[in-house]
Design a protein around this ligand. Structure first.
Ligand code: ADP
Ligand code: MG
Length: 944
């Protein structure tokens, strides 16, 4: 323990500094709220706040430095610890106060000035002093200590040294030899800070920056060592970070930001209360580091920075209150001096002497006091005297020094105030050392762990990045796979398409081949066609030629014929010549031949016509038979149908009647029940009457008679009732019967009508058929008539021809005979005459023969036609009669249909008439319903 010298209590020095209104506030027209009273009081809204010093807005940096920091520099250089805090809301002037413009001589803050002054002081010291100055620069953000002189150290831990003074372990300590080196370090640190963060304004308002100057000086002559630590702290903005937080801060972060400041407030509050029992230094790293500065061995100055604007009114006031609280904190300051061995010895001797003197004084005073208490009066010479006591101590000393060897040294053990024996103390110290060692180890471990944690965090981040990239990769892979699959599918498709194309190509080849074949075929065919057409043309031409030829021949034939006729005429003219006769003979032979051929044809045609007629007759007869049969079967069928429908109708009506009967039966049963009830009631009444009568028997004899009469009346009543019921029932039955009958008849009529309709249809059809046949027959007749006329014409022509032939012959014979006579008169050529006669006779015979044949043929034809005529006439007659019959039948059918219709209508009318009253009757019967309930109070005998 080296800090034992000159202990002294002193409170924290708190000064207040107001900055001027900034341009924005001026522009806004903010009110300047502080009122300065003297140089240690500021009044806001009438409330005064007292501090060690209050600096108005116009205070220059030099003024402030001289008034506040200069003294501290001196203290630190004399071996004391010092701290300067700057507290206040953001933009209240903390950084301006601490740093200012670092390289501007006028605007620089206290840090550069301190640095400068330290060195100035050192330079002014005597040559026996040796100085070792090292600086550290770190910031605390979210309760993490970040080394600003080594960016790799992001989370440093706080340890305690053997004197239980906390310090940032592992923090870079830069040894500096000149103010420039210090300034370089500061610049470097500030630069690092800027590099590390994105938003410097926000970051600086949320973090504490701490600049530490450690000065060690050694007097080379006396070997006295003095150490002084100076903390220069630019605190985070005192304004609370709201729960909503500033941009980019989550709630946890906001808590952390508030934590160090609130724990500073708590520490200050605890210290201000005065009870040093528990101060929550350990709540945050900052309070741990500044533990010595707050309520410890340190001369501490707190600068309360304030905004003068009315706009920051609330924050300013809370800042001022904080400063006032801090003002009450008392620190115990001692010099940090390391004594040389000689100094220690002297000090020890001195202390021992002091101790001895005090002890003799005590014993003296005690004895004197005792004597006084005992009532003795102590003479003046025996009373306590400082000089005498000193002298006594010296003499005692000599005596003690002699017996010193055995006695233990009491003073050493009593130093901490607790009596500890030597070994105990040793043990205790060993324990302490061990514990500190352990603590150090733990701290080391913690540091390692935190570094590990940092690393792991980094790794985690990397991992996350990797993970995300992996997931990206996966998604990409799946996408790729999908695309590949698609690609594959499309490839497949393409393949298929290609295959199809190939097939198509093959098909196309085949088709084209086929087409070629076909075209070849077609060509061949067309060629053939051409050939054919050419041959056709040739054939046509040939045909034309032939036609022409035939025409020509015909012409020629006609010419020949005309020639022949001419020749014949010539022959006629040249009657006398033999040659001519011969020619005539030849020609007549030719005509004969032609006639025979024509006759043969005609006969053949006749035969054919006959056979045709016969066949047609046969067919007609068979058709008639068939139609007759068909008619018969149809009539059978309709009869059957009729019967079936009749039966059906009957069944229907029967079921209806059955239902009706059932219904009636039920009604009647109900009636019977009702009547039974009535009877029972009536009997009961009768009984009652009887009882009455019995009671009154003696009194009224004649009552019996009355009763009997009543009974009889009732009996008659009942009988009448019964009769009425039975008559009603009979009536009902008869009505029902009537209804069923009517229904049946109705059914029958309907059916009959249907049947008649069908018959009518059939007759109509038959009529049509017959008329058609008639037409056909008339047509046939006409044709026959035509044929007959034709035949007659033919006969006439033949006859005319024959006549002409006869006349010709006669003419020819006359001519011939005349010629012969002429010849006989002229030449008397008997020979030629005989030949001519022979020829004529031949011709005559020939002619006769021809005529005979012709006649015979004609007669035959005539005969056959004649026998045909009556047959035809007969058939015509038959058809006519048939048509007449059919017409009559049709007429009859129509009439009968009309009649039936009329009958049906009449029937219908009748039915309607009969049904109407029946319904009305029914309704009427409903009015006098026998099922009508009988209510009590309605006397049955009341209505006779
Ligand atoms: P803090 O560090 O508290 O957030 P700053 O020190 O950055 O505030 O001050 C904010 C602004 O006000 C700076 O531009 C600074 O120059 C100016 N300023 C602060 N105090 C004073 C003063 N006493 N005189 C002139 N300007 C000042
Ligand atoms: Mg600042």
């Amino acid at each position: 323990a080296a800090d034992m010298a000159d202990p002294g209590e002193c409170s924290i020095k708190v000064v207040c500094r107001f900055r001027p209104l900034n341009s924005a506030e001026v522009a806004r027209g903010d009110k300047y709220i502080p009122k300065f009273i003297g140089d240690d009081c500021v009044q806001i809204a009438g409330k005064p706040y007292h501090f060690d010093r209050v600096f108005q807005s116009n205070t220059t940096q030099v003024q402030f430095y001289n008034a506040v920091a200069l003294k501290i520099v001196k203290d630190v250089l004399e071996g004391y610890n010092g701290t300067i805090f700057a507290y206040g809301q953001t933009s209240s002037g903390k950084t301006h106060t601490m740093e200012g413009k670092l390289h501007d001589p006028e605007m620089m803050g206290i840090i550069p000035r301190i640095v400068q002054d330290i060195f100035n002081y050192i330079y002014s010291m005597d040559e026996n002093s040796e100085f070792h100055i090292k600086v550290s620069y770190f910031e605390i953000y979210l309760d993490k200590i970040r080394d600003l002189l080594d960016v790799t150290k992001t989370n440093l831990s706080v340890h305690e040294d053997k004197n239980r003074v906390p310090f940032v372990k592992g923090c870079t300590e830069r040894f500096v030899c000149s103010p420039d080196e210090v300034m370089d370090a500061i610049d470097e640190g500030k630069n690092n800070r800027h590099v590390a963060v994105t938003n410097m304004n926000e970051h600086s308002s949320r973090s504490h920056s701490i600049f530490l100057i450690n000065i060690k000086q050694e007097n080379t002559q006396t070997e006295q060592k003095l150490t002084g630590k100076l903390y220069l702290v630019d605190l985070a903005g005192s304004e609370k970070v709201g729960k909503t937080g500033a941009e980019g801060t989550v709630l946890d972060e906001a808590k952390m930001i508030n934590k160090s400041l609130s724990s500073l407030g708590n520490v200050i509050s605890a210290l201000a209360e005065g009870s040093k029992s528990y101060v929550p230094y350990r709540d945050s790293k900052m309070t741990r580091i500044l533990q010595d500065s707050l309520g410890g061995n340190c001369r501490t100055t707190m600068v309360i920075c304030c905004s003068p604007s009315a706009f920051n009114d609330a924050e300013t006031r809370s800042t001022l209150l904080f400063g006032q609280r801090a003002k009450t904190i008392k620190n115990t300051v001692s010099l940090n001096v390391e004594l040389t061995a000689e100094q220690w010895k002297k000090k020890w001797e001195k202390e021992k002497e002091k101790n001895k003197t005090l002890r003799t004084t005590i014993t003296w005073l005690e004895t004197e006091l005792n004597r006084w208490r005992k009532g003795e009066s102590v003479p003046v010479e025996e009373q306590f005297d400082k000089e005498k006591a000193k002298a006594e101590v010296v003499s005692l000393d000599a005596a003690l020094n002699n017996n010193d060897k055995a006695a233990p040294k009491p003073s050493l053990g009593s130093l901490p105030g607790v009596a500890l024996t030597g070994p105990e103390k040793e043990k205790y110290e060993a324990e302490m050392a061990k514990l500190y060692k352990e603590l150090d180890d733990k701290d080391d471990e913690i540091n390692q762990q935190s570094q590990e944690v940092e690393k792991l965090k980094q790794q985690l981040l990397d991992q996350e990045l990797l993970e995300s990239s992996r997931s990206d990769h996966n998604t990409l892979q799946t996408e790729l796979n999908r695309l590949l699959a698609e690609n594959e599918a499309s490839k497949e498709e393409v393949k298929e398409v290609l295959q199809a194309l190939e097939e198509l190509a093959v098909n196309y080849d085949q088709k084209s081949q086929e087409v070629e074949d076909k075209t070849k075929e077609f060509e061949a065919l067309s060629e053939e066609l051409n050939q054919k057409s050419s041959s056709l043309a040739s054939i046509d031409s040939e045909l034309q030629k032939l036609k022409e030829m035939t025409n020509h021949q015909k012409k020629r034939v006609t010419e020949m014929m005309s020639c022949l006729l001419k020749d014949l005429a010539e022959i006629g003219i040249a009657v006398g010549s033999n040659d001519m006769k011969k020619i005539q003979q030849e020609s007549s032979g030719l005509i004969d031949e032609e006639f025979t051929v024509a006759r043969l044809y005609i006969s053949k045609m006749k035969a054919e016509v006959k056979t045709m007629v016969k066949r047609s007759k046969q067919l007609e007869s068979s058709q008639a038979e068939r139609s007759q049969k068909l008619e018969e079967t149809e009539s059978d069928l309709t009869a059957c149908k009729l019967r079936v429908s009749q039966y059906e109708a009957k069944i229907k009506s029967l079921t209806d009647s059955l239902q009706n009967v059932e219904h009636k039966k039920r009604q009647l049963e109900e009636n019977v029940d009702l009547l039974n009830d009535e009877i029972v009631r009536i009997r009961a009444e009768e009984n009652a009457e009887k009882v009455n009568a019995m009671e009154k028997e003696n009194e009224i004899q004649s009552a019996n008679e009355v009763k009997e009469a009543v009974e009889k009346q009732i009996q008659s009543h009942r009988e009448a009732h019964q009769k009425q019921i039975s008559s009603l029932r009979d009536e009902l039955d008869s009505k029902e019967k009537l209804i069923t009958e009517l229904q049946d008849s109705n059914q029958e009529i309907v059916l009959e009508q249907e049947r008649l309709k069908v018959e009518h249809e059939k007759l109509k059809a038959a009529d049509q058929e017959k008329s058609r046949q008639l037409q056909e027959l008339t047509l046939l007749q006409d044709r026959r008539e035509q044929a007959r006329q034709d035949l007659k014409g033919l006969e006439e022509t033949v006859a005319r021809e024959l006549q002409t032939l006869h006349s010709l012959r006669r003419l020819f014979v006359q001519d011939l005979s005349r010629r012969v006579r002429k010849n006989g008169q002229d030449m008397d050529d008997s020979e030629t005459c005989a030949a001519q006669k022979q020829k004529i006779s031949f011709l005559e015979s020939n002619l006769e023969q021809l005529t005979k044949v012709h006649k015979q043929q004609l007669v035959r034809d005539n005969a056959s036609l004649r026998c045909e005529i009556p047959k035809m006439e007969k058939r015509l007659r038959a058809t006519a009669t048939r048509v007449q019959a059919l017409e009559a039948a049709l007429k009859e059918a129509k009439e009968s249909a009309a009649r039936e219709k009329k009958r049906y209508e009449e029937e219908m009318e009748r039915i309607k008439d009969t049904v109407k009253p029946k319904n009305m009757g029914r309704r009427a019967s409903a009015v006098i319903d026998p099922v009508k309930p009988i209510r009590p109070g309605q006397l049955p005998g009341a209505s006779p």
